[in-house]
Design a protein around this ligand. Structure first.
Ligand SMILES: Cc1ncc(COP(=O)(O)O)c(C=O)c1O
Length: 391
């Protein structure tokens, strides 16, 4: 029985797995057991910010594993403190809570927001259409996509969805009873779609009027991916709460809720918690990740390379009308096609490059943040080959 057959026999069939047996990764590349090398341009779905086997991650993990791998949150743990200090000083926010994953950061935030709402006479919570918040019941309650929700009803009461970028829908649904609005400023799973300036201005004015909380879901867009620490920083607004996960553990699982002064005193001892959240090895890897990414030159490279890539794809668009649009927010990139993207993604994989298909027609590219022009050029050359033979 080969691995694929074993997987099918052993697991609930929730994942459509790639047909690769990975032996190891290094830099932006994965090496398979059959001796092939793949350029990974989606980095474990925006997790492996420093690629594979980065010396800073290896050093941080190795040193921490030798000290302790887990203590529980009964203990104050130095790696947690170091990661918290960095995230709070970089963001200018006040308090942090570490979870294990993105959906748990969302779930915890829902609890935080509800408690804050109880204290302030507010209860309605909204997500955005086409958004993605995770797989727990709270996260699903924020979402509108049938694909993820079907069969799991009923969802949490007092939850709703606002049409992304519709100021009319926003005005119609938000009022003095609104406790919070969750949004990805750049929707990832939704196809790399950015919020408009006008929508943010309207949202900001309504927050001023009604005093609800804005939650920025930076789980995919955070930690340098867009060329800034957080995606919302491109839109001239400061949220009240930020959720992060994916890259902040440098490849190990950790998530966080980062709160402003407005919510700093909502939680008291025992009202929320987790056994594994803020695992010290993951936090140590997170510190190494932040220290590598959050330098001016590192972030500038992301912006420069993304501009270079955009220009190249715009050139290709003239030659290949199958390319409808390219949307680029640093290393959060969507190439929207006039056809379904999965066969193209499959053909790109056959030529040794990994990208992801999302929102039916979009090729989603989330390279490791260490990727440079060489890696983008390799993708471009393969992409051009694939499009040429698809004509
Ligand atoms: C924007 C956003 N929010 C939340 C999540 C959920 O994170 P996790 O899969 O770690 O639970 C994801 C995962 O893709 C995401 O992209």
């Amino acid at each position: 029985m080969n691995l694929k057959e074993k997987e099918s026999r052993l697991f609930f069939h929730t994942y459509k797995r790639l047909p690769l047996e990975v032996e190891r990764g290094e830099g932006c590349y994965l090496y398979t057991k059959d001796g092939k090398k793949y350029l990974d341009m989606f980095s474990g779905l925006a997790v492996n910010a420093l690629g594979y086997a980065h010396p800073a991650i290896i050093k941080a993990v190795d040193e921490q594993v030798r000290k302790y791998t887990h203590l529980s949150n009964f203990f104050i743990q130095e790696p947690q403190i170091q990661l918290a200090e960095r995230l709070l000083s970089l963001s200018g926010f006040d308090k942090i809570f570490f979870s294990n994953s993105g959906t748990e950061a969302i779930e915890g935030t829902i609890k935080l927001v509800r408690k804050w709402g109880k204290q302030n006479g507010k209860k309605a919570i909204f997500g955005m259409s086409n958004g993605f918040s995770g797989r727990t019941m709270g996260a699903l309650s924020l979402m509108d996509k049938e694909k993820y929700r079907e069969g799991y009803e009923p969802f949490l009461p007092d939850f709703g969805s606002i049409e992304f970028n519709s100021i009319d829908d926003l005005n119609a649904k938000v009022n003095e009873l609104t406790a919070a609005i969750f949004l990805e400023f750049i929707q990832g799973e939704g196809g790399i779609v950015g919020v408009t300036k006008e929508f943010i201005e309207a949202l900001s004015a309504l927050r001023e009027k009604y005093g609800f909380l804005i939650v920025a879901d930076e789980i995919q867009s955070g930690i340098g991916r867009t060329g800034k620490l957080f995606g919302f920083q491109h839109f001239g607004i400061v949220p009240d709460i930020i959720t992060v996960a994916k890259p902040i553990g440098g490849g190990l699982p950790v998530g966080a809720i980062i709160g402003s002064q407005k919510v700093a005193d909502v939680w008291t001892y025992g009202v929320h918690g987790t056994t594994f959240g803020g695992n010290p090895v993951a936090c140590a890897a997170g510190v190494a990740t932040l220290d590598t990414v959050m330098t001016e030159s590192f972030l500038k490279n992301i912006v420069d390379n993304a501009d270079y890539f955009r220009a190249k794809v715009v050139e290709m668009k003239a030659k290949f009308p199958i390319i409808k649009e390219i949307r680029v927010y640093g290393y959060m990139i969507g190439i929207d096609l006039t056809v379904e993207s999965s066969p193209i993604v499959e053909a790109i994989l056959q030529k040794g490059v990994l990208v992801n298909s999302t929102a039916n027609t979009v090729i989603r590219i989330l390279p490791p943040l260490i990727a440079g022009k060489t890696e983008f050029d390799q993708f471009l050359s393969v992409f051009e080959d694939v499009l040429s033979s698809a004509r």
